[in-house]
Write a protein that binds this ligand. Sequence first.
Ligand code: AKG
Length: 367
Amino acid sequence: MVEEGSGRVQSLVEAGISQVPPQYIQPPESRPGPPQAPHSSEFPCIDLSETDRDRDRVREAIGKACLEWGAFHVTNHGVPVGLLDRIRSLSHSFFEDLSLPEKLNYACDPSSPASQGYGTRMLLPPSPSPSPSPSQDNHNNQDDTFVLDWRDYFDHHTLPLSRRDPSRWPHYPPSYREVVAQYSDEMGELARRLMGLISESVGMGISRIEDAVGGEIYQNVTVSYYPPCPQPDLTLGLQSHSDMGLITLLIQDDDVEGLQLFKDNQWVTLHPLPHAILVLLSDQIEIITNGKYRSAQHRAITNSHRPRLSVATFHDPPKTTTISPAPDLLTPSSPPRYRPVNYGHYVSSWYSKGPKGKRNLDALLLI
Ligand SMILES: O=C(O)CCC(=O)C(=O)O
């Protein structure tokens, strides 16, 4: 086993292990198991080029997808498809062409949540403090029992521009930094457009979701790399969770499946759709819409023969914002269903307690 701090899943695989180390073995109830549902042939796919011609129809399709799935694919989304191909191929190159020591030059700080750089552990390691104090409750409900994900990643802090420092991103391949910056800009624009449509689709004004978070969007671009796993039936590439913020825009390899959505109490595998972008509603949208739209619970499974890569672009509120159900959607017969929450506290709690599906959001439920 490679020592904590420098070890990455990819280095275990390159060392030729034939059995998964115990810290990656999921409890029986969380293991992938046989597929419980056929592939997602009914998964919604929305053509955004229709928006100018028939905004009502697009809005309606988005509303239906949000209600039924909390997720949908978009095509003709305006992001150049060559850019989607480039970021995937540059990311493969970073993980596959650089040595471990070269990649570790960009190692993230594993003790800080969502820190920028090359990492493997999503959740915070257990706190060294043996005596919890009530005011630190969020940070002391953790234990040693977090099962590790079969995943390495690179997290880029990209927006607002004051957070963007490309000198902390890989210098190789040579166009990496420029492509990530362009990708961030394009995805940020698409996210704003989609949040407008989502806001309208639930019966609010076009800017209502953005206004609810003070108009400033924080964006992280996270490339996940899932090496082949010798025992895919015992592991998860990424544990079951919903994303914390507003919306996530995700692309994945065209030819390797791995992403599953939890729908109607079953895990459904999503077919990658070449050049489409997957939109996932995240937890703060569920709160703002007072539960009318639910955030998408998802996970990644592994396979034994091929690496898989995805690029998730998260769009989040500033940590200082307090999020609560939008007053526009509240009536005496539809009172608030969620307690207001400071987004920074929500994030700390998520990273220290673990997502366990949607436990952090469920903890805010009033009724
Ligand atoms: O790799 C995937 O398909 C899922 C990635 C994901 O869920 C995440 O980055 O939060």
